[in-house]
Design a protein around this ligand. Structure first.
Ligand code: HEM
Length: 408
């Protein structure tokens, strides 16, 4: 569907998303747009035009401003992919990432305590144990090994199933259906089918915990929220689906690209091996550098908003390019270089404002432990194929790698 808003300049609005030239850098046009205005018109796949914000300050301003909505059915909301329309057509199955306050904060606050930094820290020993088990197995096998299939896919999915207290036997099903939900290569029908199957499984899991609660996250929600009548099962299913999907492909992609940085930069690998205390800083810098939510975040203005030199009218869509904001040289000097000595904590990789990533502390623990474990178990690890042969995944909402063949 075309947005109503007419372009506000005579200039041609370029197609978005743009193409990368270097696989580890955002498309170069983004930096050019950043130097022009606070926001530029771009054309999406469906012919609609939206505003694209490419600066760090602009992204923070929009994401922190309640005059922009995250509700996909709002007039002008950018349909970044064909499957975004599916969410719009089924508002009842939307999760709180697609809601505004007060509905959003009502649901998010039920989960806040499970995702605090100290809760993520408490999971660290279990994550380390899991990594030792996985890598211990991988190093006994044949070389090269694919660290995507062997490591960065199973770790986030096993951590989530651990949190949910879900059986390991359903892991493949969960991985498979979650991948369909984030991959742009599938049709809306395939996505709807995967979503319904995942929802069916989650509904069963929730109902089983209502009958027979344990100590996992789902049981806690059942005891604290469902039983006293604060949360309906119909609301809990999309909430659990959000945790599964948001925590899965993102962490896989970010871990794969972070490992790639380590494998192709022996100096970086050497420093982290000698001084593991640098790992948290390195993880933060690699989050900034890779910014895997590659096409950015979508919002729509519900009131007219003046964003520096640009007037965004009510009913116009806005896309915030996190990868462009994270390469903004006014905030991160020499932004196209990985520099573990810089303070990268202001990066936008987890978004900003009320929807800022709920699972960010858990993601940090997983990423730190994955990098540390590869350095520990595979000293001297290097790519087993030329860089040019790597399978970069352009068609997914979390940019990443299809495979990472490694030897050591
Ligand atoms: C939201 C990125 C891992 C759960 C977000 C947002 C971003 C993001 C950019 C903001 C979306 C928006 O404003 O529209 C990432 C990245 C990750 C990661 C880069 C890994 C490197 C995780 C994990 C979990 C998780 C491990 C949980 C298990 C969520 C949830 C939201 C969210 C529930 C919605 C928050 C809300 O709407 O209030 N994430 N995420 N994420 N993330 Fe993550």
């Amino acid at each position: 569907m075309m947005n109503e808003a007419a372009p506000q300049s005579d200039q041609v609005a370029p197609a978005y998303p743009m193409h990368r030239v270097c696989p580890v850098d955002p498309p170069p046009q983004l930096a050019g747009l950043r130097s022009q205005k606070a926001a530029s018109r771009v054309t999406l796949w469906d012919g609609s035009q939206v505003w694209l914000v490419t600066s760090h300050a602009g992204a923070r301003a929009v994401l922190g401003d309640r005059r922009f909505t995250a509700v996909t059915s709002a007039p002008g909301f950018p349909m970044l992919t064909r499957t975004s329309q599916l969410v719009r057509a089924n508002p009842e199955s939307a999760s709180f990432i697609r809601m505004d306050d007060p509905q959003h904060s009502r649901l998010r606050s039920m989960l806040t305590r499970d995702f605090l930094a100290r809760r993520a820290e408490a999971l660290r020993p279990a994550v380390r144990e899991l990594l030792d088990e996985i890598l211990g197995g991988l190093v006994k096998g044949e070389r090269p090994v694919d660290l995507v299939a062997g490591l960065t896919i199973p770790v986030p999915s096993r951590v989530i199933t651990l949190l949910f207290g879900a059986g390991d036997d359903r892991r493949e099903f969960i991985e498979d259906r979650s991948a369909v939900l984030i991959d742009r290569g599938y049709t809306p029908e395939q996505v709807a089918k995967a979503r319904d199957e995942l929802d069916g499984y989650l509904r069963e899991l929730v109902e089983e915990r209502i009958e027979n609660p344990g100590t996992d996250l789902i049981s806690r929600l059942v005891i604290d929220q469902v039983r006293p009548g604060h949360l309906r099962v119909e609301e809990m299913v999309p909430m659990c689906r959000l945790l599964l999907v948001a925590g899965h492909g993102t962490t896989t992609s970010q871990a794969s690209l972070s490992l790639l940085s380590l494998l192709t930069d022996p100096e970086l690998a050497g420093r982290l091996t000698e001084d593991p205390a640098l790992l948290p800083k390195a993880v933060e810098e690699l989050l900034r550098f890779h910014s895997i939510v590659q096409n950015g975040l979508a919002r729509a203005a519900v009131e007219d908003v003046q964003l520096d030199d640009v007037l965004i009218r009510a009913g116009e869509g806005v896309v915030l390019s996190l990868s462009a904001g994270n390469r903004d040289e006014t905030v991160f000097p020499d932004p196209d270089r990985v520099d573990v000595d810089r303070d990268a904590r202001r990066h936008l990789a987890f978004g900003h404002g009320m929807h800022q990533c709920l699972g960010q502390w858990l993601a940090r623990v997983e990423l730190e432990e994955i990098l540390a474990a590869v350095l520990r178990w595979m000293p001297g690890a290097r790519l087993a194929v030329p860089f040019e042969e790597l399978d970069f995944r352009h068609e997914v909402s979390s940019y990443g790698l299809g495979a990472l063949p490694v030897t050591w």
